[in-house]
Design a protein around this ligand. Structure first.
Ligand code: 6PG
Length: 241
């Protein structure tokens, strides 16, 4: 059964700490097999990644049992200032004892199409199958952000990638954004035990309301039926506040 919950907090700091505590509990509770998490890019989750790299989280997360993937990235070299993986490296991975082989960045060189194909191969190798098996998720947690236009990962309104029902990874050239993106598709996000949106700021209030009203023009709406869906909002982003 699919469940969902909304947690609203006074501000970004409180929301971030709640999410870090929730992730820590999930990761430590999982004893058999790796804990696989797909991280979101953008600016909102940066406070979460920084917090995870500080005490008490840095010494309490089971880093060696965690496998880190990305929900999407800009198709850029990882040392580019706008690379999501580069941001995660700076804020988190360079500051905690996570084994390098547990990090799974999306390629940022070559062609975007080759990068998407090779990432899909890596996901399938990790999963151990080419198609999803019922009740066996690929990710334990899929952490997503939300754009003010309702996009999530790099699933932007009106883009062909929204129709992708077979591939696990695809490219997307968002209308406004300057870079080609590599992104998980709906099927890959669907294969998550928990899907959590971390959203903050009044600029997202309208998008959150649209998604919760199941507005089909809003890509994130299609995700609300997937996995155990959670919203972690600061009060400014909550339509109910
Ligand atoms: C990215 C993200 C993207 C992000 C939203 C919200 O690569 O930018 O994956 O989907 O989550 O655009 O971004 P902010 O957190 O910066 O508002």
């Amino acid at each position: 059964t699919r469940t969902g919950s909304v947690s609203v907090f006074a501000d970004r700091e409180e929301a971030t700490r709640h999410l870090a505590d929730w992730l820590l509990q999930l990761a430590t509770e999982k004893t058999e097999g790796p804990f696989a998490i797909a991280l979101s890019g953008g600016s909102t989750p940066q406070s979460l990644y920084s917090l995870m790299a500080t005490e008490p989280y840095a010494s309490r997360f089971p880093w060696a049992r965690m496998q880190f993937f990305l929900g999407d990235d800009r198709f850029l070299p990882h040392d580019h200032e706008d690379s999501n993986f580069g941001m995660m490296q700076r804020l988190l991975f360079s500051r905690v004892p996570v084994p390098a082989e547990n990090l799974h960045p999306m390629p940022g060189i070559g062609t975007a199409e080759d990068a998407a194909r090779s990432y899909e191969t890596r996901l399938k190798q990790f999963y151990g199958a080419d198609t999803f098996e019922a009740d066996r998720p690929l990710f334990d947690v899929n952490l997503l952000g939300l754009g003010s236009d309702g996009h999530t990962a790099s699933l932007f309104p009106g883009q062909p990638v929204l129709k992708e029902q077979t591939a696990w990874v695809a490219t997307c050239v968002p209308p406004a954004a300057p870079y080609t993106r590599i992104t998980l598709t709906y099927p890959a996000i669907h294969a998550s035990r928990h899907v959590v949106f971390l959203v903050e700021g009044a600029g997202k209030k309208e998008a959150v309301a649209k998604v919760r009203a199941q507005d089909p023009s809003c890509p994130a709406s299609a995700i609300t039926a997937m996995g155990d869906l959670r919203w972690v909002l600061d009060r400014a982003a909550s339509p109910d506040a």
